[in-house]
Design a binder for this molecule. Structure first.
Ligand SMILES: Nc1ncnc2c1ncn2[C@@H]1O[C@H](COP(=O)(O)OP(=O)(O)O)[C@@H](O)[C@H]1O
Ligand SMILES: [Mg+2]
Length: 234
């Protein structure tokens, strides 16, 4: 099967400083890959390079068999990449429904169908569909950010620290939802500081240190209290 996302030799620099250094990884549909690493390890830079928000120095980026490395972010999204940025960034002044509507570039009827699909998938949001996003709780805003990305039917969903600032129970709900999204066939690349929680739902894990892959393997072979892993995350 063609991988959903294939990253080869990806490097990112800010001025002279190398933030991501020769990273390669592959995701298949249905898989959750946890992208772990200490603060500053390069997780956000890697995601931002994949979606096209920061330029790459080198590397290939293939989604669904198609090389996207030269395309602007909007076209990468059209080609199947979904992105949930750190801090959620929902449109605070728009309602839940409008937040989803504005990202779906389709005829009105299709758009209404897509919104209905997302509200069915996220019952918490359905109850708040006419509420403005700033009135939602942090967990609900995170769900909305995920719904907004999913409404475009991506093959690959990139998430930057979705548990940040959420109470443990709320984070657990978000993570369970991410697992279900992958089980539906989406490839999920999950950047997280919360290694234990991410490993619990991931199939594979990649640990970055100073922009390079320091450790990679099956999530079930990695334990968040392993000394070597702890040292890399500290
Ligand atoms: N816009 C930027 N300009 C310059 N340096 C940056 C920028 N964004 C991140 N960095 C640096 O790149 C490195 C990786 O950061 P980042 O990708 O945010 O890591 P993480 O998400 O793992 O915390 C850090 O050294 C950080 O200071
Ligand atoms: Mg980050």
């Amino acid at each position: 099967m063609t991988p959903a996302l294939e990253i080869t030799g990806l490097s990112v620099s800010y001025g002279g400083a190398r933030a991501v250094d020769d990273v390669s990884l592959t995701l298949r549909g249905g898989q959750v890959v946890a992208l772990l690493g200490a603060n500053g390890a390069g997780k956000s830079s890697l995601l931002r390079a994949v979606i096209g928000l920061v330029p790459v120095v080198a590397g290939r980026l293939v989604v669904n068999g198609r090389d996207l490395a030269k395309l602007p972010p909007e076209q990468r999204a059209d080609a199947g990449l979904g992105y949930v940025p750190e801090g959620r960034r929902v449109f605070a002044g728009l309602t839940v429904r409008e937040n989803i509507e504005v990202v779906v570039d389709a005829a009105a009827r299709q758009r209404a169908g897509r919104v209905a699909d997302m509200l069915a998938l996220f019952p918490d949001l359905a109850a708040k569909s006419t509420e403005r996003a700033w009135r939602l709780s942090g967990g609900q805003q995170q769900m909305l950010a995920i719904a907004r990305a999913l409404a475009r039917r991506p093959r690959v969903l990139l998430l930057d620290e979705p548990s940040l600032g959420l109470a443990p129970q709320v984070a657990a709900t978000v993570f369970a939802r991410l697992r279900a999204i992958a089980d539906d066939g989406v490839a999920v690349l999950l950047a997280e500081q919360n290694a234990a929680r991410a490993l619990a739902i991931a199939d594979e894990a990649v640990v970055l240190a100073h922009g390079r892959i320091a450790l990679a393997g099956a999530a079930k072979t990695m334990s968040a209290d392993d000394d070597a892993l702890m040292a890399l995350l500290a």
